[in-house]
Design a binder for this molecule. Structure first.
Ligand code: ZN
Length: 286
């Protein structure tokens, strides 16, 4: 099932997509897609509802992040062999984990704003995993039982803040609008193998990233198990699982985002995002 949240920023309502691609409102059944609603068995109950009994939403409303109550967004650095090679990084024994501020969250088609003082804003298509149950010291072979669903994330990054401002990565990953999430939360029954999904990103219509999640160094199940050794993962927490080669920093010479650019990106079976890049504007933040 594809779950989503639609409506103006900050006032999103829960919904799901029917087979014809129409948004169906879930407000009569659930207050929001958050917390214990994200438990796999609870989502299965919602998925079992007959869409024809749910109010159909006219037109194409704005979509927000497909889950609410996100407590943390964690990122994984250099988790694709191709991207690690383009940055010249040494292979790692353990994944590099960083966080992105919650205030960076954005809808999948909302504009991405270059922060004040930035000159190296960059794109990163990624598979995002949304946690569905409280997860601590999870075994790798049970880790996927803890997944509420999958979605697309653009791990937008300001490279100068990330690399030249004394650390940590969080400085370059956290500006407002730097975490477009969605369009949908796709439940695991529709994603039988998260390690076999194509992912891609176009900048201004030109393909820049194209890869498969099969190329991940540390797979989804390993990441959940590994991270849960260091912190408790809660329902709604998001793990951005890393980006493949083709980011602007890897170009020769490097290329970065500028106002007017358009990013389009997707992950197989999880839908697409589209963002226009805009200059910093006072008061325009999320
Ligand atoms: Zn990333």
């Amino acid at each position: 099932m594809r779950f989503l949240r639609y409506g103006p920023k900050g006032q999103e309502r829960p919904g799901m997509l029917d087979v014809a691609g129409h948004v169906r409102d879930l407000s009569d059944h659930v207050r929001d897609l958050a917390g214990e609603v994200l438990a796999p068995e609870r989502l299965a109950q919602l998925a079992a509802l007959d869409p024809n009994t749910l109010p159909q939403v006219d037109g194409s409303p704005r979509l927000g992040p497909p889950v609410d109550g996100i407590g943390k967004i964690l990122g994984v650095g250099l988790n694709y062999r191709s991207h690690a090679e383009e940055t010249g990084a040494e292979p790692r024994a353990e994944p590099l984990i960083f966080s992105k501020a919650i205030t960076a969250l954005n809808g999948p088609s909302d504009a991405v704003m270059i922060p004040r003082g930035a000159a190296q804003a960059d794109w990163e298509v990624e598979l995002a995993v949304v946690i569905g149950r409280v997860s601590r010291y999870v075994e790798e072979d049970r880790a996927l039982d803890h997944v509420a669903g999958y979605c697309v994330i653009n791990d937008v990054s300001e490279r100068s803040f990330q690399r030249e401002r004394g650390g940590q990565f969080v400085k370059g990953k956290s500006a407002d609008t730097f975490a477009p999430l969605g369009p949908w939360l796709v439940t695991p029954d529709e994603v039988p193998d998260p390690q076999n999904l194509a992912l891609w990103l176009n900048l201004n219509g030109r393909r820049r990233q194209s890869a498969s999640t099969a190329d991940m160094i540390f797979p989804v199940a390993f990441l959940i198990a590994h991270i849960s050794q260091f912190m408790t993962l809660m329902p709604g927490d998001v793990i951005a699982t890393g980006t493949p080669a083709g980011v602007g920093l890897g170009c020769k010479p490097p290329e970065f985002l500028k106002p007017g650019d358009v990013m389009e990106l997707g992950v197989e079976g999880l839908g697409q995002q589209r963002q226009e890049v805009i200059a910093y504007r006072e008061g325009a933040s999320a």
